[in-house]
Design a binder for this molecule. Sequence first.
Ligand code: ADP
Ligand code: MG
Length: 218
Amino acid sequence: MEKASRAGVIAEDLVVGGSDMNASEADNQAVSTAFIGLGSNLGNPVAQLEAAVNALAQLPGVALRDVSGLYASPPMGPQDQPDYINAVACIATTLTPVGLLSGLKALERASGRLVTRHWGERILDLDILAYAECVLATPELTIPHPGISQRRFVVEPWLEIAPDARLPDGTKVAELATGLTDHPLRFVKQLDLSDLSGETHKSDHEIVKADRSSGGLL
Ligand code: ADP
Ligand code: MG
């Protein structure tokens, strides 16, 4: 499969245009690379993350490019909850950051996630870790995600699929790995992308087309 993220480029936007689009369709619809953190510690977390990766690949305007292994670690907040399973996925998307957040929240809701205590247990947590070179701080959305630098369960899986990744301020994600003090991760499982939906092989042109045909769902 295409391993765009392995190029280690966090922020290279592609402008899509092509012979199968007419002039108005080819109006500079950018495809951005984004990294998504996935987590779960309720129900069957491994199955839920597998389902979430599949659902992510099928979101209109999103193509899955790569996903890390699944890793287990103790909870960050209240300790009276099960261990977490986490992974990081690389996607290509035509959605805006806010559009992508709405899509991720829709997937969280569809998984049956309920709002619980801060850093409490959850069926599915989907966070935007980084989106191209975007820097954003609104009450609704902060990009890059503010927790990255303290979280081994984000940094290590991210490096697995994008060893040269950098934050928009130039910080190498690999440098963050050296300052982590939290608990080591336990490898649980590698997802086989060929088992996932054919949507993982969407080309940039197909992402744009699917996005347009979603009728503004997201
Ligand atoms: P957390 O992931 O920090 O445990 P939640 O998943 O409950 O917390 O998210 C709380 C809110 O954080 C969301 O409703 C969302 O609006 C906001 N948020 C801010 N930045 C981000 C981001 N980069 N990715 C996902 N959610 C974010
Ligand atoms: Mg979240």
